[in-house]
Write a protein of this length. Structure first.
Lengths: 616, 130
């Protein structure tokens, strides 16, 4: 027994339908903790170099962390990782809900999914009993519908993760859904499950998670919840959640409008958290062990549809970025992509890109099979999303992701796609936000905000300035990804300022070890170098050229609070120089062999040297 | 006499009450040994909260007189008398008497109150008089 851990890793070969349990060793627990660190380690070690993401040789890693499922506030994270079919590089994406606890109750800390089944299957785990079962009866069903169906068939107390039709049809931004509306959204992990014909994972366990000092953990938790309840921002954040940021993003000119052509939205008051609360609110909903309860479960009467959310990213990408009229339209689009099983960020990006091509006359009504892809046309957007999920007509092109679609369409359309490394921007424009832009440029999965959300630092340190921004992003990239190593949510730290040291205390109470902030940050440096090394190994010519911002950022913002703002190549170079310097990488942004050895990745250094990816 | 009152419309389904309860009463990290029950109802979108309200129906239903009221006003099952027949579990109008591997006998809320401060959504609170 290792405190903080279920104790085993489950390895599932979907080709042969065989399963085996491997013990979590004290070394693996102590040296690599869990979550995304385990994923990065196993991915580098076990995936054959250059593997096709949608081939049977790719694997999906599903990992909890030592705090996942514990009493510690917001310990609700489970991380999914694989080689991304959307970007061709490292991807991990995490979800909340309850499944991480259930997995540990079944004695499991990680699942490794290998091979590919010939027929649709799902994985059913009940404590020590594990079966790969026929899923033909669920194939073709929506993500959320499948969750309800499996709960009906297996028992309400099973926790279930599913893919939808988009995952089955290998849409490259297909996601994984759990607990009605929680997604591991980014990078197309759902498509990799689809390629393996794995429709769902259902799990139920009965074993408590071993904790070194449960009474100490209970007292620590109670004192931290008391702290949280007394913070000034708690009532607001627990009520509005991420939607609270909508007005602020509009006021500072970072909300995406019409595919990032503008950054302020005239209909802001019809899509913000306040309006959402008035129009479609049903209930606040919390993840496991979370005192914040930031999620909102809603019902749109206009469209007769329930959905969990919309969250701010969906409000941005599928609302203002598509010119939608109100929160009701966003709710129905959100419900659609949830059940089709597609990332709402990349779905929003794909539709926005299509609408801009329509606006510019590059693609026409005929190209879209009769759909008028005008801004705000919710019916056209809904139909188009269905074409994508089914890979029907022009939907097949956009199912490859917006960047790949642009390369197929040609005509210089790549410049209208707002992405880095093939992963679409989340909902923060960066015409006048250099630190946030650098965060997107250097995130180890592509343009995602959660690795480093640096908009606030752009506002406080100067929006035109690149000075010190490399260091800002470096520092954030050390702390934030640790949350996905430990298996906890970042919001108690980010939104109500629970001190980071309290997390370290919780980790030590759970594990009985003596981790320190300094040691954990050094560990973070190792993991960040490892994911960078994975990109270096997998992508020919990887380096500085892959860390560039979208072409749109070089164009002047025509109006709004950031009117006239644009990015220059000089700024980009300054940002990357400062950033690479902070990591002690070379001028091309590659980790040096020496640096890799210094952070404890000697075998990775040797491997990259042997492959000729870096010099010794 | 103090009671814990439930406002189910405020429950977010986070299970902190159950986790705290299991930690306090059984020294276990799980929500499955708790003396309080949470049942999600979706797609409708609400949570049922099952918690003893000291109505006393179980005491009348008990066939071996194993259910007593302690000094705090909590109903408790005397382990030395309980034969684990389940009559109390079936009788409870609140569905708030539980069984789990943590205990050889059924159990209900003992009014320890550890859950109340940890329910940030304020679905649980103290009430002085019924």
């Amino acid at each position: 027994m290792i405190n903080g851990y279920g104790g085993s890793i489950l390895r599932v070969d979907l080709t042969t339908r065989s399963v085996k349990r491997e013990p979590v060793t004290p070394e693996l627990a102590h040296d690599w903790l869990g979550g995304r660190a385990w994923i990065a380690k196993y991915m580098y070690e076990e995936l054959p170099a250059g593997v096709d993401p949608l081939s049977a040789a790719n694997k999906v890693f599903v990992a909890t962390g030592p705090l996942s499922g514990t009493l510690w506030p917001s310990s609700a994270k489970i991380v999914w990782g694989t080689k991304s079919p959307l970007t061709g590089g490292y991807i991990d994406s995490n979800m909340g809900g309850l499944i991480m606890a259930e997995l540990k109750y079944a004695g499991l800390d990680m699942i490794i999914l290998e091979g590919a089944s010939a027929i649709p299957v799902y994985l059913c785990i009940e404590d020590d009993k594990v079966e790969v079962r026929d899923a033909s009866g669920y194939w073709g069903e929506g993500s959320v519908d499948t969750e309800y169906a499996l709960k009906r068939d297996l028992g309400e107390d099973f926790q279930i993760a599913t893919i939808g039709p988009a995952g089955e049809n290998l849409v490259k931004f297909a996601c994984i859904t759990h607990d009605v509306g929680r997604q591991a959204g980014r990078g197309g992990i759902g498509a990799v499950l689809g390629s393996k014909k794995l429709k769902a994972i259902a799990v139920r366990g009965t074993k408590p998670i071993p904790v070194a000092d449960i009474e100490g953990l209970r007292k620590h938790t109670t004192s931290v919840i008391d702290f949280i309840k007394n913070t000034a921002f708690f009532p607001t954040f627990s009520k509005y959640g991420t939607t609270d940021v909508t007005d602020w993003c509009d006021s500072v000119g970072v909300i995406p409008v019409n595919n990032f052509q503008h950054a302020q939205y005239p209909k802001k008051d019809r899509i913000n958290g306040k309006y959402m609360r008035e129009q479609i609110y049903v209930r606040d909903k919390g993840c496991y062990a979370c005192p914040l309860g930031c999620s909102t479960y809603t019902y749109s009467k206009k469209y007769d549809v329930h959905v969990e959310g919309p969250e701010y990213e969906t409000i941005g990408l599928m609302g203002s970025n598509l010119g939608m009229d109100s929160i009701e339209e966003i709710a129905v689009l959100n419900a659609d992509v949830d059940n089709l099983g597609m990332d709402s960020i990349s779905s929003g990006s794909a539709v926005a890109f299509a609408m801009e091509l329509y606006q510019r006359g590059i693609l026409t009504k005929e190209d879209f099979g009769g759909l008028e892809m005008t801004w705000g046309n919710v019916h056209a957007a809904r139909a188009f999303l269905r074409l994508i999920a089914a890979r029907q007509g022009i939907g097949a092109t956009f199912a490859e992701g917006a960047l790949a679609a642009a390369r197929i369409i040609g005509k210089g359309t790549e410049k209208y796609v707002v992405q880095v490394k093939g992963l679409d921007y989340s909902a923060y424009d960066t015409h006048a936000a250099p630190a946030m832009m650098l965060a997107y440029m250097t995130s180890d999965i592509g343009a995602q905000h959660t690795r480093a959300w640096a908009i606030v630092q752009d506002i406080t340190m100067g929006r035109g300035s690149t000075e010190g921004k490399g260091q800002v992003v470096y520092d954030l990239q050390h702390l934030r990804p640790l949350m996905e190593v430990l298996g906890v949510c970042r919001f108690p730290w980010l939104e109500v300022k629970v001190p980071w040291e309290d997390y370290v205390t919780a980790l030590n109470l759970v594990t009985g070890q003596h981790y320190t902030t300094e040691g954990l940050f050094a560990f973070s440096e190792k993991v960040w170098n490892l994911t960078r090394a994975f990109w270096t190994r997998e992508v020919d010519g990887f380096g500085r050229a892959w860390d560039q911002p979208p072409a749109k950022m070089y164009e002047e913002m025509p109006d709004g609070p950031t009117k006239g703002a644009r990015v220059t190549q000089e700024m980009v170079d300054q940002l990357l120089d400062g950033y690479y310097q902070a990591y002690r990488w070379d001028q091309n942004g590659l980790p040096t062999a020496q640096r890799l050895r210094d952070v404890g990745l000697g075998s990775v250094a040797d491997d990259l040297v042997r492959r000729g990816r870096i010099s010794d | 006499m103090k009671h814990i009152i439930v406002k189910p419309e405020s429950c977010t389904g986070c299970r902190l009450c159950q986790l705290t309860c299991s930690a306090q009463n059984f020294r276990l990290n799980t929500h499955k040994s708790a003396r309080v029950g949470i049942v999600p109802r979706f797609p409708e979108g609400y949570f049922e909260v099952h918690l003893c309200n000291q109505c006393g129906v179980c005491q009348s239903a008990c066939l071996v007189e194993a259910i007593l009221v302690d000094a705090n006003g909590a109903y408790v099952i005397d382990d030395s008398k309980c034969i684990d027949c389940g009559a109390c579990v079936d009788s409870c109008p609140q569905k708030a008497i539980f069984r789990s591997p943590a205990s050889p006998h059924p159990y209900m809320c003992n009014l320890c109150g550890a859950c109340v401060p940890n329910c940030a959504a304020q679905a649980l609170s103290w009430e002085e008089e019924r």
